[in-house]
Design a protein around this ligand. Sequence first.
Ligand code: GDP
Length: 298
Amino acid sequence: MFETLSDRLDKVFSGLRGKGRLTDADIDATAREIRIALLEADVALPVVRAFINAVKERARGAEVSQALNPAQQVIKIVNEELIEILGGETRRLRYAKQSPTVIMLAGLQGSGKTTLAGKLGRWLKAQGHTPLLVAADLQRPNAVNQLSIVAGQAGVDVFAPEPGNGIGDPIRVAADSIDHARRTMHDVVVVDTAGRLGIDAELMAQAAGIRDAVRPDETLFVVDAMIGQDAVTTAEAFRDGVGFTGVVLTKLDGDARGGAALSVRYVTGQPIMFASTGEKLTDFDVFHPERMASRILG
Ligand code: GDP
């Protein structure tokens, strides 16, 4: 397993206990350890550089502290900078003034979109909403069925294409679902879309078509935390091809150290809003930057 960043910093400073002030050499040694730890946590290199510069600058300007030794002082700075780079405050969902609020899910196949639709449905229902899950992933033969199953587990309604009526046209299904939601008094529509194993132009065009048809209040880019640095290229492709207003990190129950979180937030500038931590619908919560910072720090 990884050596945690806290362990590494402790080692750097073990010889310095009792010393009152951080020297430039201490700060450089610290920066080296942070760099290794972040790269091991799969943070993208430009993000590592920017982060280290921010920490170095703050460490140099840090006042001599009575309460904290140099190691604790640097760990505090690193922790605060991590929280900052992860978005600071939790960003809440923005609801439309006029129902329905439309939430579109986008991401690679296998990233966990359909599961997330169920999780969001359950979560929204618990918040007093009446969500409608929409099966606009018509690429995978079983996707509609899978969405119906999670909707059933979540106790929420699902909108899926009628056989023979526009089946095969996810843009049409998505557009129809909004009218349906209005008629049936569903106040939040969650649109599940198709994802391929890799990024491709056709997928992006389809997702953009769905976006134009439903004009989402939120487009959530769903990304598997386990893909590490690949998260950056995938996020950039979805940002340019579809655009998104928030990120959902999935599979955080795996041993991913959170590098994807740090990188995606930094590179796209969009907030991470939710986190998925397992296959069950209850394995889901709003994203808390301070918890992710602790995970990275170890
Ligand atoms: P989609 O292709 O994007 O719709 O992805 P799915 O929702 O079908 O998820 C792909 C696989 O990942 C399924 O086997 C899910 O059970 C699993 N999965 C989804 N979210 C999580 C998660 O947070 N943790 C774990 N361990 N598995 C997940």
